[in-house]
Design a binder for this molecule. Structure first.
Ligand SMILES: [Zn+2]
Length: 434
């Protein structure tokens, strides 16, 4: 029942066991006097009782509840705004129908002849990721997610258009694989997949194939499946935010979220696994390197052909996704890679001053990515810049590179293009204390 939005007044009209309210594992608690949502609300301050909510519900649900705004003025009466009915009101009958459908769906799923090899199931649950992510993959394989197409198939009168592209019907295969939005996410991910060349495969078959290909579950299999699952989860999560919170679809958001989650989970599970297997701390540090980044830096360079002026621009975000610094500048460099190195040095110095010592650099310049990933010293005009960066590295500064396609760099590219057409130098924040 994630397709409705609650309007909460004082909560007295919403029974805690309302089918569209959140399911509680237990309702036996002395604090639950009325058995309605009112019990969860501090009526004096019109705010949730966070401790009680967190005590009663698992973390994902409690944070969802705590994010529901409560009317402070008593102008709102408890109601469920129902996304799929024309008036926006909650239709109890419809809700029950869907709940029943949901129940039938899961019953059918277990009765359905199992064409999915056992090994695929076994592998799915061995992928070291939080259960919520594996669960989502499980649902995608069963095609039991409430996509618009599925809901429409259950007789709910909705325009079933994909919220990302607004032109095709939102089936799970379209949403996760064939929509140009999904293509951008897969292509921009560390997996750099061209899902456009897949042909008319369903997402179910595609996931089964991926799992089958990585059944050995060695380090690279594991990484590949972790990234695939996380990206699926991030696409679904973003889709829900677009629908329910009015967020503008942005593949970069999915790419960064996936990258961030992968780093976090990979590190956590790696550590856990290593401790179990008594692998030395040193080895964890080496293997966990990708997981240590504190800044993600987008950088782009441009050379203006006619004006013969190069330029660079960069933008750094912390793990929470907040921009912590950015800059753009014209450059006297003869080539884009050198301008990029110049920008990278400026960004690295800023980052070092702000005490962010691990940068994950996203660039579409193959040359730069290869240069750093091989550690070869260039014998060209960028040598000094490269040496500066190397010296920062010796002071404990870590740079890690990842190639990404140009379209995810579009904002920094535009800044660089501006600085290539007219001389300029701009940095934010401007005055950094050393
Ligand atoms: Zn679409």
């Amino acid at each position: 029942m994630k397709e409705g939005k609650w309007w909460v007044g004082n909560g007295t009209n919403i029974p805690l066991d309302h089918p569209a309210w959140f399911q509680t594992p237990t309702l036996h608690n002395p604090n639950l006097i009325t058995g309605t949502v009112a019990d969860l609300i501090d009526q004096a301050t019109h705010s949730w009782k966070p401790d009680l909510v967190r005590y009663l519900y698992p973390p994902s649900i409690s944070s969802e509840i705590l994010s529901i705004p409560i009317s402070k003025t008593d102008s709102v009466t408890d109601s469920l705004m129902w996304k799929f009915s024309n008036s926006g009101d909650f239709k109890v009958k419809k809700a029950y129908e869907i709940l029943l459908e949901d129940a039938n769906m899961s019953a059918n799923a277990t009765l359905r002849p199992l064409v999915i090899p056992d090994a695929v199931w076994n592998t799915l649950w061995k992928v070291r990721l939080p259960l919520k992510i594996c669960n989502l993959v499980w649902k995608v394989i069963h095609d039991s997610l409430p996509t618009f197409q599925t809901l429409k198939g259950r007789g709910i009168p909705i325009a079933a258009l994909c919220p990302f592209c607004d032109c095709d019907e939102e089936s799970s295969s379209h949403l996760f694989l064939h929509c140009h939005f999904a293509r951008a996410c897969w292509y921009g991910s560390a997996l750099a997949l061209h899902t456009s060349s897949l042909g008319p495969i369903t997402v179910q078959q595609w996931i089964i194939n991926s799992i089958s290909r990585h059944q050995r579950l060695d380090e690279s299999d594991l990484e590949s499946l972790q990234r695939t699952f996380i990206t699926l989860w991030a696409i679904w999560n973003h889709r829900n935010r677009v629908i329910h919170e009015g967020v503008t679809p942005d593949p970069m958001n999915v790419i960064l979220t996936s990258q961030n989650l992968f780093c976090r989970y990979h590190e956590i599970y790696q550590k856990h696994y290593c401790t179990e297997h008594r692998i030395s701390r040193q080895k964890i540090m080496e293997q966990g390197f990708q997981g240590q980044w504190s800044i993600i830096l987008k950088i782009s360079g441009v050379k203006h052909g006619r004006k013969k002026r190069a330029a660079f621009a960069y933008e750094a975000r912390n793990r929470q996704g907040t921009v912590v610094f950015y800059g753009c500048s014209s450059s006297a460099a003869n080539s884009v890679p050198v301008a990029l190195l110049e920008g990278l040095r400026e960004a690295a110095v800023t980052s070092f001053r702000l005490q962010y010592n691990q940068i994950l650099v996203l660039s579409n310049c193959n040359f730069l990515v290869q240069l750093f990933n091989t550690g070869k010293v260039p014998d060209w005009e960028g040598k000094t810049l490269f040496a500066d960066l190397q010296s920062l590295k010796q002071r404990g500064f870590c740079l890690s590179f990842r190639w990404i396609p140009a379209f995810v760099l579009v904002n920094v590219y535009n800044m660089a293009a501006m600085a290539s057409s007219a001389p300029m130098h701009f940095q934010w924040p401007q005055h950094l204390t050393l």
